[in-house]
Design a protein around this ligand. Sequence first.
Ligand SMILES: [Zn+2]
Ligand SMILES: [Zn+2]
Length: 404
Amino acid sequence: MDAAPAWFRAALLPLAGIAAVLAAPAQDPEDCPWCGNDPRRLAALGSVSHGPIAVGFEGSSKDIRSFFEPDPWTFLETAHVRWASSLGPQRLSARDRKRLEPVFEEIAAALPDFPRPGRIQRLDPWERLHLHAWRLERFYERFQRILGVTDADFPATRAAGGPYMGNGPYLGEAEKFEFLLFRRRSDYQAYTERFLGVRVTDSLRWHHRDPHKLVGVLVCEDSDLRDDRWLYPHLVHNMSHMMLAAYKHFSYDPPVWLDEGLAHAMEREADPESWTREGEEGTYRERGRSQDWSKTVPALVRRGRAPSFTTLLNRHTIGELRDEEHATCWSLVRFLLEEHPEGFARFLGGVKGQLDERGYPSGHDLLGLQRRLLREIWGWTPQDLEEAWKTWVLEGGHAQPSGS
Ligand SMILES: [Zn+2]
Ligand SMILES: [Zn+2]
């Protein structure tokens, strides 16, 4: 078996001809305590519709219905994401409320009769979905700031004459991003086997080609992902991969060090203790809490044990990365985000938007492309980047507060 995670295998499978329909029994959206399916309240919550929404992959609604019983499904569409979820209710501890307080305050500012944040003891399935959707739209803004783009940069289709921005309004993809959240692994496996032809244990991401869109199919059964505390940063990790893949259209896989380092950086902004791992069987959250990489990495650098940037540049699958390499990819991305945000945006745009001499997207010689971009943007060789990064680490770069 090759070492490629499900994501890479999935990306290579022929998917043409699969259209998207998902019609399933849903609870009555008017039951939603936060919006009651009222368009103005939905809009205040940054949402478009509770659907049911066409999401996922084609199949007869009868087949899909059978996967979903006995769990009721809830649907939600926002500006950039479509959701379908079978998650149940969630009790909030005092600590959860404290952690979510800023988010609840933001929502309360948008929706004047929103219940006082301190009084929210429990989230029902609608509220859980609204909360994830709200937070992920804020994350979408964060990721766009990193890329140095806004929605206005992405025409509906590729325009002649302008800079190459992919082929669609969602960072260069034709359709919105999607998440399917499965409460039960057995349902998840039946669904992915039937509609994607793969049977894996953990969550996977899929590039759907007709229409073009990125889909995250997540299994939320294990104790660490049943809880929104851990599910949300896991969603962010997956969304980071999906957004980078989508940027200027998903035509080839981005470099592993960059893709994984950025996903770790985004996930840890959401929760510094969360660690999503990628394996041959898909993507899952590390059981137990992660080490504090802001201490791990300086120790590696001081002892001369940090992997070289050249080593990381030559990793071709996420499965090849050792633990200290994950931490180092994270640290390199943090350095570029903190110290060189404009250059980093150019670097990401250059890596994701390479065209061949006929004007078609091309993933040819990404190593050479990265070397050229380092030189053009910063006048660096890979060795120079490594030295600048090490200096920053040893001068306490990770001690600075990080975030949006
Ligand atoms: Zn609602
Ligand atoms: Zn990842």
